[in-house]
Each structure stands twice: as structure tokens, then as C-alpha cells.
Ligand binder design. Structure first.
Ligand code: SF4
Length: 211
């Protein structure tokens, strides 16, 4: 399943499988996806090429939540497909997750000009995020970067303090990471990213609460 595919479709590309009208999850997901893709609630709809909804498996064990689409994502309609996305995919493999066990989405579904995170867009987009979380029912949430952490846990300390340790989103374990772009651009964050990934890997393989 991805932003344009249907349950239980392929990881990145759409259309390999057809929705079943007898599957309540599929019906609800397809309906939500169409609603998001036609959204004009905030000014970002004027400059987007694609709305970026989701890529990953239905009901993923681990859901990665980023901030907002970048240029490559806006072009493709899929989250985390540029350099940061490749770094994230590598990390997902390193922590032992296979296709179908994870999903990726953003707090904001349309690309902000200049890649600036816009709080107003996040507020308008919030109902979509919450409905995605209800439908996907992840066992573990992993936030990527400061804005994603703040969106899920406004009481959290800065991401450089919170990253690498378990928190909670309601009853669901929430594990903050730095944004993968930080690991790409700053040597000190590269080391921290690797350290936090090891912590995430241990968290996911250990009992209980690691999903
Ligand atoms: S960012 Fe969210 S609220 Fe704004 S137009 Fe896109 S889908 Fe709608």
C-alpha cells in the first residue's frame, strides 16, 4: 500500500491489487486517501504537485512519521524517497524490519515552499494524521525530527535530548529519532543517529512494549 495504492498493495508502486469492498479497512483507507488527495484546507494545495499520503504495509508494526514532503516526495507522491528516504530505508533494514512490517507518512501531506515546516498547515492537516493512526494501528511509532516529535508529544524535550529513548503516544510506545537528513549532513548527528538506531533495534527486539 502506498499513497496511491490500496490495501494490501505493494510497498512503493500502486495498482498491483484491487480493493475489496468487503474489507472495511480497505474501504476506510481508500476513502481517507481520496479525501486527503483532494484537500484544499490550507494554502499548500496551491503549490503542491502531489499530496503525499503514505507508503508501507497495511497495519504496520512500526510507523515512521516525518515532518513534511520535500521536492522528491512532491514529485513522486510518496514519502521519504529522496536522499533522506534512502537513509531511512537503510535504517529500517538495519533495525530488522521487512516489507509489510513498517509504514511511513508525514505530519503535513503537501510540500511547504522552501521546505519550511508550517505550524498552520500541521494544524489543518492534523485530523488526517489522527485518522491514519487510528486506521493503521501501529504497535510502535517512530518520529523523525523535531517537528514530528512535537506534533505527537508536545511535552517532549528537544529532539536531541529525547531521541533514542522510549516515550508514549497514549498507550502506544513512541520512539523519537533525529531526522535522517541530520545524519546525512552533520558528522556529530551521524554518530548520534547510529547510536539511536541501535537503541531502536534493541527496543524492537526486546520484551515487552517494543511491538
Ligand atoms: S497540507 Fe494538509 S491541510 Fe494543507 S492542503 Fe495539504 S492535505 Fe490539506
Amino acid at each position: 500500500m502506498d499513497g496511491r495504492a490500496t490495501h494490501p498493495g505493494p510497498l512503493r508502486s500502486g495498482g498491483a491489487s484491487s480493493p475489496s469492498s468487503s474489507d472495511p479497512f480497505t474501504a476506510a483507507w481508500v476513502s481517507l486517501r481520496r479525501e486527503i488527495e483532494s484537500c484544499r484546507r490550507c494554502p499548500l494545495h496551491r503549490t503542491r504537485r502531489h499530496v503525499v499520503v503514505y507508503r508501507g504495509g497495511p497495519r504496520p508494526r512500526v510507523l515512521f512519521i516525518g515532518e513534511a514532503p520535500g521536492e522528491a516526495e512532491d514529485r513522486s507522491g510518496l514519502p521519504f524517497v529522496g536522499r533522506s528516504g534512502r537513509r531511512l530505508d537503510q535504517a529500517i533494514t538495519e533495525v530488522g524490519l521487512r516489507d509489510g512490517e513498517f509504514g511511513i507518512l508525514n505530519v503535513v501531506k503537501c510540500r511547504p515552499p522552501g521546505n519550511r515546516f508550517l505550524s498552520e498547515a500541521a494544524r489543518k492537516c492534523r485530523p488526517f494524521l489522527e485518522r491514519q493512526l487510528v486506521l493503521l494501528e501501529p504497535k510502535v511509532i517512530v518520529t523523525l525530527g523535531a517537528h514530528a516529535l512535537a506534533a505527537l508529544d508536545p511535552t517532549a524535550p528537544t529532539v536531541t535530548v529525547a531521541a533514542g529513548r522510549e516515550r508514549r503516544w497514549g498507550t502506544t510506545p513512541l520512539f523519537p529519532l533525529l531526522h535522517p537528513a541530520a545524519a546525512l549532513h552533520a558528522p556529530k548527528y551521524r554518530v548520534r543517529w547510529e547510536t539511536d538506531l541501535r537503541a531502536l533495534s534493541e527496543f524492537l527486539s526486546g520484551p515487552p512494549g517494543g511491538g
